[in-house]
Write a new protein. Sequence first.
Length: 287
Amino acid sequence: MMKPSSFEYHAPNTVDEALALLKANGPDSRVLAGGQSLIPIMNFRLAAPPVIIDLNRIASLAYIKDEGKYVSIGAMTRQRAIEFSAVVADKLPLLHQAIKLVGHLPTRSRGTIGGSIANADPAAELPMVLQALDGEVVVRGPNGQRTIAASELFRDAMTTSLADEILVEVRLPATPAGSGCAIEEFARRHGDFAIAAIAVVILRDGQRCSRARIATAGISSRPTRLNAAEQILVQHGLGVSGISQAAEVAAKIVEPMTDGHASAAYRRQLTQVLTERAVRRAVAAAA
């Protein structure tokens, strides 16, 4: 088994200490959250950061708070805590569904919501949920604190708009009563990263759609909102024709990637199939 190259290790007790270390050690230093992505790539020496700044002693970054119109989740909150949170189950049913698709029990026990989102793996479920729920993240850096909308956070595979900053909180709007949500995912095995996944939230008014949210994972180089497909549902309703048209539009507007797991053409086909399935399930759940 390979082991990482040597590095300098720091375990600050506050965010301010972590930011000071990040500034002192420059852009080559890496922040460690749950370590479920960083440690494996270090072990295989695909990354060799000279400095690791471990956030696990910052207890103030682990919480789940019902703020009424939204739920705030500390960046160091374990995925396993989210899985069993009554607040998440009640206020964020899409996240409640998605968290069960993330890795396996050991990885969810260590992995954090902030770490997954900041890592920006295009196949990860939590960045997709952030997009589908139109959430935002709170980050802190040398110039203070700011919020970044989901639509502005993800730039490309493993790339975000954070600039010498640490993600400290995730804010997700509470799902309105009467909404339905669903996730359809295609992976080789349960717990594997998605080859393609679609998350849907529908707020319906009879056969009409008053609001729709559709987001992807695993299809493009970053999680993407499919706004044009959402508008089809709002304009044409939630009948067979409207759902079919939305799925067709979803497949047309995605920018699928080709890799060792699937071709772009296959991912485009999966987009249409999974979108139709997910919308139908979300509509049924909203009934």
